[in-house]
Design a protein around this ligand. Structure first.
Ligand code: BDR
Ligand code: CA
Length: 311
Protein backbone atom coordinates (compact mmCIF):
# COMPACT_ATOMS: atom_id res chain seq x y z
CA UNK A 1 0.00 0.00 0.00
CA UNK A 2 1.09 3.51 -0.74
CA UNK A 3 2.19 5.49 2.37
CA UNK A 4 0.51 8.88 2.64
CA UNK A 5 0.14 11.89 4.92
CA UNK A 6 -3.24 13.61 4.63
CA UNK A 7 -2.98 17.37 5.25
CA UNK A 8 -6.50 18.66 5.77
CA UNK A 9 -9.03 21.25 7.03
CA UNK A 10 -12.21 19.15 7.55
CA UNK A 11 -14.64 20.11 5.93
CA UNK A 12 -17.33 17.57 4.90
CA UNK A 13 -15.53 16.71 1.65
CA UNK A 14 -12.21 16.35 3.51
CA UNK A 15 -13.98 13.95 5.86
CA UNK A 16 -15.17 11.79 2.95
CA UNK A 17 -11.64 11.83 1.49
CA UNK A 18 -10.22 10.58 4.81
CA UNK A 19 -12.90 7.88 5.12
CA UNK A 20 -12.19 6.64 1.59
CA UNK A 21 -8.46 6.36 2.43
CA UNK A 22 -9.10 4.54 5.70
CA UNK A 23 -11.50 2.18 3.91
CA UNK A 24 -8.81 1.20 1.39
CA UNK A 25 -5.96 -0.42 3.34
CA UNK A 26 -4.79 -2.52 0.37
CA UNK A 27 -3.95 0.59 -1.62
CA UNK A 28 -3.41 3.28 1.04
CA UNK A 29 -1.50 3.35 4.33
CA UNK A 30 -2.32 6.55 6.22
CA UNK A 31 0.81 7.36 8.26
CA UNK A 32 -0.80 10.38 9.86
CA UNK A 33 -3.22 13.25 9.43
CA UNK A 34 -2.03 16.84 9.74
CA UNK A 35 -4.62 19.54 10.34
CA UNK A 36 -4.40 23.08 9.03
CA UNK A 37 -6.59 26.17 9.36
CA UNK A 38 -8.85 26.63 6.34
CA UNK A 39 -12.56 25.91 6.08
CA UNK A 40 -12.75 26.69 9.80
CA UNK A 41 -10.07 27.62 12.37
CA UNK A 42 -7.44 25.06 13.44
CA UNK A 43 -9.12 24.28 16.78
CA UNK A 44 -12.05 22.87 14.80
CA UNK A 45 -10.17 21.23 11.91
CA UNK A 46 -7.92 19.20 14.24
CA UNK A 47 -10.95 18.17 16.28
CA UNK A 48 -12.94 17.26 13.17
CA UNK A 49 -10.07 15.11 11.86
CA UNK A 50 -10.21 13.10 15.12
CA UNK A 51 -14.00 12.76 14.90
CA UNK A 52 -13.62 11.30 11.39
CA UNK A 53 -10.95 8.79 12.57
CA UNK A 54 -13.34 7.67 15.30
CA UNK A 55 -16.16 7.19 12.79
CA UNK A 56 -13.82 4.84 10.93
CA UNK A 57 -12.89 3.12 14.23
CA UNK A 58 -9.26 4.19 13.67
CA UNK A 59 -8.23 6.13 16.80
CA UNK A 60 -4.72 4.74 16.21
CA UNK A 61 -4.14 7.13 13.27
CA UNK A 62 -2.10 10.04 14.66
CA UNK A 63 -3.70 13.45 14.13
CA UNK A 64 -1.41 16.46 14.49
CA UNK A 65 -2.31 20.14 14.75
CA UNK A 66 -0.43 22.39 12.33
CA UNK A 67 -0.49 26.04 11.32
CA UNK A 68 -3.32 28.20 12.60
CA UNK A 69 -2.86 30.94 10.00
CA UNK A 70 -1.50 31.34 6.45
CA UNK A 71 2.20 32.23 6.01
CA UNK A 72 1.68 35.94 5.50
CA UNK A 73 -2.05 36.67 5.44
CA UNK A 74 -5.00 36.62 7.77
CA UNK A 75 -7.13 33.49 7.58
CA UNK A 76 -10.18 33.39 5.30
CA UNK A 77 -12.66 30.67 6.38
CA UNK A 78 -15.69 29.12 4.67
CA UNK A 79 -18.42 28.67 7.28
CA UNK A 80 -20.86 29.78 4.58
CA UNK A 81 -20.15 26.45 2.86
CA UNK A 82 -19.34 24.04 5.69
CA UNK A 83 -21.35 25.44 8.63
CA UNK A 84 -19.95 26.79 11.87
CA UNK A 85 -18.41 23.47 12.98
CA UNK A 86 -16.89 22.83 9.54
CA UNK A 87 -18.64 19.46 9.61
CA UNK A 88 -22.31 20.49 9.86
CA UNK A 89 -24.89 17.84 9.00
CA UNK A 90 -24.36 14.77 11.19
CA UNK A 91 -24.49 14.78 14.96
CA UNK A 92 -20.97 15.42 16.25
CA UNK A 93 -19.71 13.87 19.48
CA UNK A 94 -16.64 15.23 21.26
CA UNK A 95 -13.74 12.97 20.13
CA UNK A 96 -12.10 10.84 22.80
CA UNK A 97 -8.84 10.11 20.96
CA UNK A 98 -6.16 12.65 21.88
CA UNK A 99 -4.26 14.90 19.52
CA UNK A 100 -0.81 13.46 18.75
CA UNK A 101 2.00 15.35 20.51
CA UNK A 102 4.15 17.67 18.40
CA UNK A 103 3.56 20.03 15.50
CA UNK A 104 2.20 18.83 12.16
CA UNK A 105 5.11 20.46 10.31
CA UNK A 106 7.63 18.47 12.39
CA UNK A 107 5.68 15.27 11.72
CA UNK A 108 5.83 15.92 7.96
CA UNK A 109 9.59 16.63 8.11
CA UNK A 110 10.42 13.66 10.36
CA UNK A 111 8.30 11.24 8.35
CA UNK A 112 9.95 12.19 5.05
CA UNK A 113 13.41 11.99 6.62
CA UNK A 114 12.94 8.63 8.31
CA UNK A 115 11.19 6.74 5.49
CA UNK A 116 13.14 5.66 2.43
CA UNK A 117 13.22 8.34 -0.28
CA UNK A 118 10.30 8.31 -2.74
CA UNK A 119 8.03 6.20 -0.56
CA UNK A 120 5.82 8.86 1.06
CA UNK A 121 3.06 10.77 -0.77
CA UNK A 122 1.60 14.03 0.56
CA UNK A 123 -2.13 14.59 0.10
CA UNK A 124 -3.04 18.23 0.81
CA UNK A 125 -6.79 18.87 0.98
CA UNK A 126 -6.68 22.41 2.35
CA UNK A 127 -4.51 25.54 2.17
CA UNK A 128 -0.86 24.58 1.61
CA UNK A 129 0.51 26.30 4.74
CA UNK A 130 1.82 23.21 6.58
CA UNK A 131 3.48 21.84 3.45
CA UNK A 132 5.18 25.14 2.56
CA UNK A 133 6.37 25.62 6.15
CA UNK A 134 7.90 22.14 6.09
CA UNK A 135 9.66 22.94 2.78
CA UNK A 136 11.00 26.22 4.19
CA UNK A 137 12.25 24.59 7.39
CA UNK A 138 13.67 21.45 5.75
CA UNK A 139 14.32 21.84 2.00
CA UNK A 140 16.07 18.44 2.06
CA UNK A 141 12.70 16.68 2.32
CA UNK A 142 11.49 17.92 -1.07
CA UNK A 143 13.55 15.46 -3.11
CA UNK A 144 12.39 12.60 -0.86
CA UNK A 145 8.67 13.02 -1.71
CA UNK A 146 7.15 10.33 -3.92
CA UNK A 147 4.35 12.63 -5.11
CA UNK A 148 2.10 15.45 -3.94
CA UNK A 149 -1.53 14.82 -4.90
CA UNK A 150 -3.56 17.88 -3.95
CA UNK A 151 -7.00 19.40 -4.33
CA UNK A 152 -6.76 23.02 -5.40
CA UNK A 153 -6.97 25.48 -8.22
CA UNK A 154 -9.02 25.68 -11.37
CA UNK A 155 -8.63 26.44 -15.03
CA UNK A 156 -11.81 26.43 -17.10
CA UNK A 157 -13.94 26.53 -13.93
CA UNK A 158 -11.92 29.55 -12.71
CA UNK A 159 -12.87 30.28 -9.07
CA UNK A 160 -15.18 29.55 -6.16
CA UNK A 161 -14.06 31.92 -3.38
CA UNK A 162 -13.35 34.82 -5.77
CA UNK A 163 -14.15 34.99 -9.49
CA UNK A 164 -10.52 34.07 -10.18
CA UNK A 165 -9.43 31.74 -7.39
CA UNK A 166 -10.23 28.42 -5.79
CA UNK A 167 -10.45 28.43 -1.97
CA UNK A 168 -7.42 26.29 -0.98
CA UNK A 169 -5.00 28.26 -3.15
CA UNK A 170 -6.59 31.64 -2.38
CA UNK A 171 -6.31 31.26 1.40
CA UNK A 172 -2.52 30.90 1.30
CA UNK A 173 -1.21 31.84 -2.15
CA UNK A 174 2.37 32.30 -0.93
CA UNK A 175 2.34 28.74 0.41
CA UNK A 176 0.90 27.45 -2.88
CA UNK A 177 3.61 29.34 -4.76
CA UNK A 178 6.32 27.64 -2.70
CA UNK A 179 4.81 24.21 -3.33
CA UNK A 180 4.31 24.70 -7.09
CA UNK A 181 7.88 26.00 -7.43
CA UNK A 182 9.35 23.16 -5.34
CA UNK A 183 9.99 20.77 -8.26
CA UNK A 184 8.35 17.94 -6.34
CA UNK A 185 6.11 15.83 -8.61
CA UNK A 186 2.61 17.31 -8.26
CA UNK A 187 -0.79 16.01 -9.33
CA UNK A 188 -3.64 18.52 -9.06
CA UNK A 189 -7.38 17.92 -8.71
CA UNK A 190 -8.80 21.33 -9.68
CA UNK A 191 -12.44 22.47 -9.73
CA UNK A 192 -12.50 21.33 -13.37
CA UNK A 193 -12.53 17.76 -12.04
CA UNK A 194 -14.27 18.18 -8.69
CA UNK A 195 -17.28 19.97 -10.18
CA UNK A 196 -17.94 16.79 -12.17
CA UNK A 197 -18.36 14.54 -9.12
CA UNK A 198 -21.73 15.70 -7.81
CA UNK A 199 -23.69 14.01 -5.04
CA UNK A 200 -27.07 13.67 -6.71
CA UNK A 201 -30.09 12.45 -4.71
CA UNK A 202 -29.67 8.79 -5.78
CA UNK A 203 -25.99 8.89 -4.82
CA UNK A 204 -26.85 10.38 -1.43
CA UNK A 205 -29.53 7.68 -0.97
CA UNK A 206 -26.92 5.02 -1.74
CA UNK A 207 -24.70 6.30 1.10
CA UNK A 208 -27.64 6.24 3.54
CA UNK A 209 -28.70 2.79 2.35
CA UNK A 210 -25.37 1.37 3.59
CA UNK A 211 -27.16 1.38 6.95
CA UNK A 212 -23.92 2.02 8.87
CA UNK A 213 -22.78 4.90 11.04
CA UNK A 214 -20.33 5.97 8.34
CA UNK A 215 -22.98 5.71 5.61
CA UNK A 216 -25.36 7.89 7.61
CA UNK A 217 -22.65 10.41 8.49
CA UNK A 218 -21.62 10.75 4.83
CA UNK A 219 -25.26 11.10 3.74
CA UNK A 220 -25.90 13.73 6.44
CA UNK A 221 -22.77 15.65 5.45
CA UNK A 222 -23.48 15.60 1.73
CA UNK A 223 -27.12 16.56 2.43
CA UNK A 224 -25.90 19.65 4.25
CA UNK A 225 -23.35 20.45 1.57
CA UNK A 226 -25.95 19.99 -1.17
CA UNK A 227 -28.45 22.43 0.33
CA UNK A 228 -25.79 25.09 0.20
CA UNK A 229 -24.74 24.31 -3.29
CA UNK A 230 -28.14 23.93 -4.90
CA UNK A 231 -29.25 27.30 -3.62
CA UNK A 232 -26.12 28.92 -4.88
CA UNK A 233 -25.38 27.20 -8.16
CA UNK A 234 -28.55 25.30 -9.02
CA UNK A 235 -26.32 22.28 -9.66
CA UNK A 236 -27.33 18.63 -9.36
CA UNK A 237 -25.60 18.13 -6.04
CA UNK A 238 -22.60 18.94 -3.91
CA UNK A 239 -19.17 18.58 -5.51
CA UNK A 240 -16.99 16.09 -3.64
CA UNK A 241 -13.74 18.00 -4.11
CA UNK A 242 -11.25 16.37 -1.75
CA UNK A 243 -12.20 12.69 -2.25
CA UNK A 244 -10.84 13.04 -5.80
CA UNK A 245 -7.37 12.99 -4.22
CA UNK A 246 -7.80 9.70 -2.38
CA UNK A 247 -9.80 8.14 -5.25
CA UNK A 248 -6.87 8.94 -7.55
CA UNK A 249 -4.51 6.93 -5.33
CA UNK A 250 -6.80 3.90 -5.64
CA UNK A 251 -7.96 4.26 -9.26
CA UNK A 252 -5.72 6.68 -11.20
CA UNK A 253 -7.35 5.40 -14.39
CA UNK A 254 -10.56 7.28 -13.46
CA UNK A 255 -8.81 10.61 -14.10
CA UNK A 256 -7.08 12.23 -17.04
CA UNK A 257 -5.28 15.51 -17.56
CA UNK A 258 -2.18 17.22 -18.89
CA UNK A 259 1.34 17.68 -17.57
CA UNK A 260 1.66 21.46 -17.77
CA UNK A 261 3.11 24.59 -16.20
CA UNK A 262 1.07 26.07 -13.36
CA UNK A 263 2.00 29.35 -11.66
CA UNK A 264 0.29 30.97 -8.69
CA UNK A 265 -0.75 34.64 -8.67
CA UNK A 266 0.49 36.24 -5.44
CA UNK A 267 0.52 39.91 -6.41
CA UNK A 268 -2.68 41.12 -8.01
CA UNK A 269 -5.54 41.84 -5.64
CA UNK A 270 -8.08 41.08 -8.37
CA UNK A 271 -6.80 37.62 -9.27
CA UNK A 272 -4.99 36.66 -6.04
CA UNK A 273 -4.54 32.89 -5.73
CA UNK A 274 -5.36 32.18 -9.35
CA UNK A 275 -3.74 29.03 -10.75
CA UNK A 276 -2.40 30.28 -14.07
CA UNK A 277 -2.39 26.97 -15.91
CA UNK A 278 -0.75 26.75 -19.33
CA UNK A 279 -3.29 24.18 -20.59
CA UNK A 280 -2.64 24.99 -24.27
CA UNK A 281 1.13 25.14 -23.95
CA UNK A 282 1.39 28.73 -25.07
CA UNK A 283 4.51 29.48 -23.02
CA UNK A 284 7.84 27.69 -22.81
CA UNK A 285 7.66 27.54 -19.04
CA UNK A 286 8.51 24.03 -17.88
CA UNK A 287 5.74 21.66 -16.80
CA UNK A 288 5.55 21.35 -13.02
CA UNK A 289 2.20 19.66 -12.44
CA UNK A 290 -0.11 16.99 -13.76
CA UNK A 291 -3.30 19.06 -13.97
CA UNK A 292 -6.39 16.88 -14.17
CA UNK A 293 -9.29 17.87 -16.39
CA UNK A 294 -11.75 14.99 -16.47
CA UNK A 295 -13.04 12.13 -14.36
CA UNK A 296 -15.26 9.09 -14.77
CA UNK A 297 -17.88 10.21 -12.24
CA UNK A 298 -19.87 6.96 -12.34
CA UNK A 299 -16.72 4.96 -11.64
CA UNK A 300 -15.83 7.40 -8.87
CA UNK A 301 -19.16 6.99 -7.04
CA UNK A 302 -19.15 3.20 -7.51
CA UNK A 303 -15.71 3.07 -5.90
CA UNK A 304 -16.61 5.45 -3.07
CA UNK A 305 -19.85 3.69 -2.13
CA UNK A 306 -18.30 0.24 -2.32
CA UNK A 307 -15.38 1.28 -0.09
CA UNK A 308 -17.48 3.17 2.47
CA UNK A 309 -19.48 -0.05 2.91
CA UNK A 310 -16.32 -1.63 4.40
CA UNK A 311 -16.23 0.78 7.35
C1 BDR B 1 -11.86 23.20 -1.39
O1 BDR B 1 -12.16 24.19 -0.43
C2 BDR B 1 -12.78 23.62 0.69
O2 BDR B 1 -13.93 24.33 1.01
C3 BDR B 1 -13.06 22.18 0.36
O3 BDR B 1 -12.87 21.36 1.51
C4 BDR B 1 -12.07 21.85 -0.72
O4 BDR B 1 -10.83 21.43 -0.18
C5 BDR B 1 -12.72 23.42 -2.63
O5 BDR B 1 -12.47 24.66 -3.17
CA1 CA C 1 -10.59 20.81 2.16
Amino acid sequence: ARKIIIDTDPGQDDAVAILLALASPDEIDVLGITAVAGNVPLALTQKNARIVCEWAARPDVPVFAGCSAPLRRTLTTAEHVHGKTGLDGPELAEPTMPLAPGHAVDFIIDTLRTHPANTVTLCPLGPLTNIAKAFEQAPDIISRIQEIVLMGGAYFEVGNITPAAEFNIYVDPEAADIVFKSRAPITVMPLDVTHKVLVTKPRNDAFRALGTRVGRAVADMTDFFERFDKAKYGSDGAPLHDPCVTAYLIRPDLFSGRHINVEIETGSELTLGMTVADWWGVTDRPANAMFMGSVDDVGFFDLLTERLACL
